[in-house]
Write a protein that binds this ligand. Structure first.
Ligand code: GLC
Ligand code: CA
Length: 515
């Protein structure tokens, strides 16, 4: 597989297009708004963007319910506007991943309408249908009583997201509607998805973040079927688009990398213990928590993926409660000192760089439910609607954080001690040291158990860098695993080197180059 070089030093910025910047006063973000703010993202030091789905959709799941994969959602602009945005991004030396949603469509997609028809047609097998209206596919919720045809159609997430049919890894003989992965229906679905990828890659996008990547093949416990499916996609990309970058929402890097993805996301659900660090009653970076289970699973994944920790750790995303609900002040800075010194490309969720808060008490917008409070408009400045939009406040896509002291990008730009400036600093130091970037190695020297710091040595390109994160109330000493040479980052006091030991102040962080 071709290595995509720019991923090695990439720092991503996730844009939820609805809430980033509105330029035509309709209360919802758009492509032109993103183009206007590219310099802000570049100045932050980010080199790449992941944009949430921007395709035509009824928006019952914020666009993860695609109605037409080939058409930009008119509320954001036209396909030409999107192409122009790609151009603006590339002109700045940056890259963009679109969000590919291969597992399901909206129930308004034309494929699904055709698939519902009684008479057999090209799309009859495009989705997972049983042959009995009263029998849902095992382990899935289903749509029943909505079609001319006989059968129940499995859904992947919400009820309006029917599951595309890529087949069953082990179809059951007594269930003839479970098709093998090489049956014509599943094969046609995969080819249709490749055509969609071709279309956007030809238009100029640099690759995809793939939604629910392990879910495509059913009855596939060890994921052997879906790994083979992604290897097939990998072969297609190697042939036609060797420079396309692929990042999976999967959570098992060994399997994802085997499937031909370049990097995998660390998930906030499942076994990762990611939440122990950031999002729980006692998060590690809050000072009284425990990072050791996180470190344990991280090391397991590292070992399973050949020592390559190509796991992208996000500051947050559109599915998680905002970081600033659990962490404050310097705790947030320390969390970023962690994020910017880990392997894999880090992802900054828009607004996390200024500590945007979770907006409490909102009604659900576009299937957001509890996620809605993390999707509020970006707070740019102190003008009307925080500079997000000129629409009347009640026309905004989601209500703004109503608090008088809500953070804004502009105020933080002018404050040397702000979170924004700290994040900038961290990103720029990462950019100067290959050892800190995506592919550098990592060895843990302190696992962050109760009362302990989290410390690790990153190495690469002939350099070794010790990272010590001590959110506790006590001074701590760690064995550096080398002779400390010079400190390149400090928060909350300078660390002291003594022989091959480093002593860090309470609530402090340091990055130290070792000799
Ligand atoms: C992914 C997305 C989430 C969406 C779901 C269904 O988890 O991140 O926002 O609701 O898939 O597509
Ligand atoms: Ca708009």
């Amino acid at each position: 597989m071709n290595e995509v070089k720019w991923l090695d030093s990439a720092v991503f910025y996730e844009i939820y297009p609805q809430s980033f910047k509105d330029t035509n006063g309709d209360g919802i973000g758009d492509f032109r708004g993103i183009a206007e703010k590219l310099d802000y993202i570049k100045e932050l030091g980010c080199t790449a963007i992941w944009m949430n789905p921007c395709y035509d959709s009824p928006f019952l799941d914020a666009g993860y319910d695609v109605r037409d994969y080939y058409k930009a959602a008119p509320r954001y602009g036209t396909n030409d506007d999107l192409k122009a945005l790609f151009g603006e991004i590339h002109r700045r030396g940056m890259h963009i991943l679109l969000d590919l949603v291969p597992g399901h469509t909206s129930w308004e997609h034309e494929w699904f309408r055709q698939s519902c028809r009684g008479e057999r047609n090209e799309f009859t097998d495009r989705y997972i249908w049983t042959d009995n209206t009263w029998e849902a596919p095992e382990g899935m919720n289903a749509l029943i009583g909505i079609a001319e045809r006989v059968g129940a159609c499995g859904v992947n997430f919400f009820s309006h997201q029917p599951a595309l049919n890529y087949g069953y890894y082990k179809p059951k003989p007594d269930k003839p509607w479970q098709q093998p992965t090489d049956a014509p229906g599943p094969k046609a679905t995969l080819e249709a998805m490749k055509d969609i990828m071709r279309f956007w890659l030809n238009m100029g996008c640099d690759g995809f973040r793939v939604d629910m990547a392990p879910s495509l093949i059913k009855n596939d416990e060890d994921r052997k079927g879906v790994i083979a499916l992604w290897q097939d996609v990998r072969a297609f990309l190697d042939r036609e688009f060797p420079d396309a970058a692929m990042v999976s929402e999967w959570g098992e890097p060994d399997k994802s990398l085997l499937g031909g993805f370049h990097m995998d996301f660390l998930l906030h659900f499942g076994p990762s213990h990611y939440n122990d660090l950031f999002r729980c009653d006692k998060p590690f970076f809050g000072g009284e928590g425990d990072a050791s289970e996180f470190v344990k699973t991280y090391k397991e994944n590292l070992a399973k993926s050949g020592g390559k920790g190509l796991m992208c750790i996000p500051s947050g995303n559109h599915d998680m409660i905002r970081l600033a609900k659990y962490l404050r002040g310097d705790e947030l800075k320390m969390a970023f000192a962690f994020l910017m010194s880990m392997p894999g490309a880090p992802f900054i969720y828009y607004g996390d760089e200024i500590g945007m808060r979770y907006v409490e008490g909102l009604y659900s917008v576009e299937g957001g439910y509890e996620r809605t409070g993390s999707r509020s408009p970006m707070q740019w400045d102190g003008t009307e609607n925080a500079g997000f939009s000129t629409a009347p406040a009640d026309k905004l896509y989601i209500k703004l954080d109503p608090s008088a002291d809500r953070p804004t990008a502009q105020a933080q730009m002018n404050d040397p001690g702000s979170l924004l400036n700290e994040v900038k600093k961290l990103v720029s130091i990462r950019a100067e040291h290959k050892a800190l970037q995506s592919r550098g190695d990592i060895v843990f020297v302190s696992a962050g158990g109760p009362g302990e710091p989290l410390a690790y040595v990153r190495s690469g390109a002939g350099e070794r860098i010790l990272v010590v994160l001590n959110p506790t109330d006590s001074k701590v000493t760690v064995a550096a695993g080398g002779v400390p040479d010079r400190q390149i980052y400090s928060l909350g006091g300078t660390a002291e080197a003594n022989g091959s030991d480093i002593t860090a102040e309470p609530r402090s962080a340091c990055w130290y180059v070792l000799r």
